[in-house]
Design a protein around this ligand. Structure first.
Ligand code: NAD
Length: 310
């Protein structure tokens, strides 16, 4: 079937496109920056047209050209917003509205969009318990507020027009080439893989990690599913402190120079205890384990750098 991926050349988009193509789907990407190089240097494998998601005419034109059965919007101001509220509001809020409205007018059968674990805010709001998709949201950053509003926009379009719109709340997505959003966990693995020292503020800071390949697989399954049972899914992931992650890295690279300024950080951590049983049960998602991801990322970076794998 025809699938349109908006925000196609960032961190998650190219991996999603490769998976869709492997399953035999006919994929077209749209991005403001269609020529971005992928980490591994492997071509994306689908045409990517230039288009600005904040311009309704661009989105509508591409939707009418591609006639997708499925559309996913990944275009976003990731890790942005606090310094340039106007520009990011247009991208995150207006961009999402443009996707929903174009999909409505063209009769697209399924729209998927990325929300975020950021909607939940700090773990301390919930105490020491798992947070599910029905819990109240406590995010306060502009990024979190935009994601909360995106979920509202989706509910509105679902209610008013009966559309199939599914949101996914990714946790802290990790991988060798991540440069936007949370990157402390990435640095611990990639700098160590390159033999570079890494120094971070808080050893106890918690992250909920999910590998970018697994994230791409989740989006693939939800996009292609016949009839998802819910409108919102937590990706969940593996909760780990940065100190524990550093220990996992040292298991493969005993000489890694990873240091922290403080022992603490756990109390200030964002939501890291997440109930993702919805996704696990309905889509059969399982994560392989932290050490598998860490080794994979270290060796991907070392391959890129021309270093021997560990
Ligand atoms: N990566 C994570 O850790 C993470 C975690 C939670 C949620 N998410 C969400 O998942 C989605 C994808 O994340 P990602 O890591 O691939 O992001 P990314 O920033 O790597 O990719 C976003 C893509 O959107 C494109 N884009 C930006 N402005 C555009 C515009 N005006 N028109 C068209 N395209 C535009 C960019 O060129 C880029 O290719 C985002 O909504 C993000 O908020 C990501």
């Amino acid at each position: 079937m025809a699938v349109l991926v908006i925000g196609a050349t960032g961190f998650i988009g190219p991996r999603l496109i490769k998976r869709l193509i492997d399953r035999g789907e006919s994929v077209v990407g749209m991005d403001l920056n269609p020529g971005a190089a992928s980490f591994s240097g492997v071509p994306i494998g689908a045409p990517v047209v230039r288009g600005d998601v904040t311009q309704f005419e661009d989105v509508m034109r591409v939707v009418l050209d591609v006639k997708p059965e499925r559309l996913i919007n990944l275009a976003y101001g990731l890790g942005a917003g606090e310094g340039n509220p106007h520009q990011v509001m247009r991208l995150d809020i207006l961009g999402m509205d443009n996707c929903f409205e174009a999909a409505r007018l063209a009769g697209v059968k399924r729209v998927v969009y990325a929300s975020s674990i950021a909607v939940s805010g700090q773990q301390s709001h919930f105490g020491d318990r798992l947070v599910n998709e029905d819990d109240p949201v406590h995010g306060t950053s502009q990024y979190a507020m935009h994601k909360i509003f995106n979920e509202f926009q989706a509910r509105k379009y679902i209610k008013n027009y009966g559309m199939s719109i599914i949101g996914v709340r990714p946790a802290n997505v990790t991988g060798p080439d991540k440069v936007r959003g949370s990157v402390d966990h990435v640095q611990i693995m990639t700098d160590a893989a390159r033999g570079k020292p890494v120094h971070l503020p808080n050893k106890g800071m918690m992250r909920l990690l999910v590998h970018v390949d697994d994230m791409a697989e989740i989006f693939t399954r939800i996009l292609l599913a016949e009839a998802p049972r819910h409108h919102l899914y937590n990706s969940g992931g593996l909760p780990v402190s940065l100190g524990e992650l550093a220990d996992a890295v040292r298991g493969f690279l005993p000489d890694a120079q990873i240091t922290f300024a403080n022992e603490g950080g756990r109390e200030e951590s964002g939501n890291y205890l997440v109930d993702w049983s919805r996704l696990a049960k309905e889509f059969g998602v399982e994560y392989p384990g932290l050490h598998t991801w860490v080794l994979q990322i270290i060796n991907e970076v070392r391959r890129q750098e021309g270093l021997a794998p560990v």
